[in-house]
Ligand binder design. Structure first.
Ligand code: FES
Ligand code: FES
Length: 169
């Protein structure tokens, strides 16, 4: 059994990039990526809903892939690039997905919205926007207690069209 001081003072060094900015932080091994973002970096866009991988409110991109930040240990994100909803707007312009959510009225209380937007971005880049049913299937890990699902699916489809038109231009 380790001495009490060792058990409670263990820390590990985590170096990661968040929204393009490098960070080096000492954290306890049990700290999740969600808590690191919200409590150490004050990036509160990712929400703590269930804190056990069921609601998707904490969705962020880890090296470009969507993850539930409440299920990722911060220590395991060593050397990774994290993107949160705070990192999407560029030069004062909203990301097309953010714009589409506004234009399609894809939220009510807004609690799930940052997770929905991050998941929507991944859904689009993964190429899962072929139909309304496909969008709903690939967005099904993000729950909305206000049941704004029809508008969310419309916003994802619109953002996919917009992003593909920008790429073609
Ligand atoms: S807070 Fe992470 S999935 Fe619900
Ligand atoms: S907008 Fe309220 S939970 Fe989704």
């Amino acid at each position: 059994m380790c001495p009490e001081e060792t058990r409670f003072s263990a820390r590990c060094l985590v170096r990661l990039t968040v929204n393009g900015q490098s960070h080096e932080l000492e954290v306890e091994p049990r700290v999740t990526l969600l808590d690191l973002l919200r409590e150490r970096l004050q990036l509160t866009g990712a929400k703590k809903g269930c804190n056990r991988g069921e609601c998707g409110a904490c969705t962020v991109l880890l090296d470009g892939r969507r993850v539930n930040a409440c299920l990722v240990l911060a220590a395991s994100a060593e050397g990774c690039a994290v993107t949160t909803v705070e990192g999407l707007a560029q030069d004062g312009r909203l990301h097309p997905v953010q714009q589409a959510f506004i234009e399609h009225d894809a939220f009510q209380c807004g609690f799930c919205t940052s997770g929905q937007i991050m998941s929507a971005l991944a859904c689009i880049t993964e190429g899962h926007t072929g139909s309304n049913a496909e969008i709903r299937e690939w967005m099904s890990g993000n729950l909305c207690r206000c049941a704004a699902y029809p508008q969310i699916a419309e916003a994802v489809a619109a953002a996919a069209r917009d992003m593909s038109a920008s790429e073609a231009a």
